[in-house]
Write a protein that binds this ligand. Structure first.
Ligand code: C5P
Length: 232
């Protein structure tokens, strides 16, 4: 039996990936499967929390499983970043913890026409003008919908010439202002779309406070362990 260390707690988890409409039939999206966010929601429910999963474009069977499982979660389905933001802020207004596990599109098309964009023979592609999306995690960390709310984010990073995965994660932890950031290495078969994950948990100052690897459920439980330590 799981420990019930989240009993009576209200938590919100966002999962999946947002889609930004280009026109009524097309979108800009990303490859997030939503598996880590779903594992976080299920782990929290198993530990006694009341969970709202804000699900951005998850597969229907996954959504049903979360909604009707042994420890059911409330599910709010969204598509775009604007919808995700509204849903997270509404559900998060009274939450003890908000975890932003969704992959949020950094940019969206500046305008969304009501009619499908046509291909005109002989003409090249029309450019799509993009504008920046709000950083939902940074907003939550800055505004604090509730004074004692714990705000958690993810940082999917690849190492490059300007720094290692952990160095990039550290910089992000300081920039975003969240209480915890789960840093995971992505690329070359890791992270996205797989059933296992490897994360280092950093606090807001960028110091390591936890480490986990294995199934996404094991990683989820390690992250909740770190969250529980911060709860008043
Ligand atoms: O900056 P980056 O996208 O790598 O940050 C990832 C973290 O920030 C994730 O927790 C993601 O859910 C969150 N995020 C957000 N709003 C954005 C972009 C990212 O909440 N516009």
């Amino acid at each position: 039996p799981e420990s019930q260390d989240l009993a009576g707690r209200d938590v919100v988890v966002s999962a999946g990936g947002t889609r930004e409409p280009i026109d009524p039939v097309r979108f800009i999206g990303n490859r997030s499967s939503g598996r880590q966010g779903v594992a976080l929601a299920q782990a929290a429910a198993a530990r006694g929390a009341h969970v709202t999963l804000v699900a951005a474009n998850l597969a229907q069977d996954v959504t049903e499983q979360v909604r009707t499982g042994e420890r059911p979660c409330a599910v709010v389905q969204v598509e775009s970043t604007a919808q995700l933001r509204d849903a997270v802020r509404a559900a998060g207004a009274d939450a003890d913890v908000v975890v932003m596990a969704a992959a949020v599109a950094d940019f969206r098309p500046a305008a969304t026409p009501d009619a499908k964009i046509k291909k005109v023979p002989g003409q090249g592609p029309a450019p799509i003008e993009l504008v920046e999306n709000p950083d939902i995690l940074a907003e939550l960390a800055r505004e604090r919908l509730r004074p004692d709310q714990v705000v958690v984010g993810f940082a999917a990073e690849t190492g490059d010439a300007s720094g290692s995965v952990l160095e990039h994660g550290r910089a992000k932890a300081r920039r975003k202002g969240a209480d915890l950031i789960a840093v995971n290495a992505v690329g070359s078969g890791r992270g996205f779309g797989t059933d296992s994950n490897e994360v280092t948990v950093l606090d807001g100052a960028g110091d390591v406070v936890g480490q986990a690897s294995g199934s996404k459920r094991a990683v989820a439980d390690a992250l909740w362990d770190a969250v529980v330590k911060l709860l008043p």
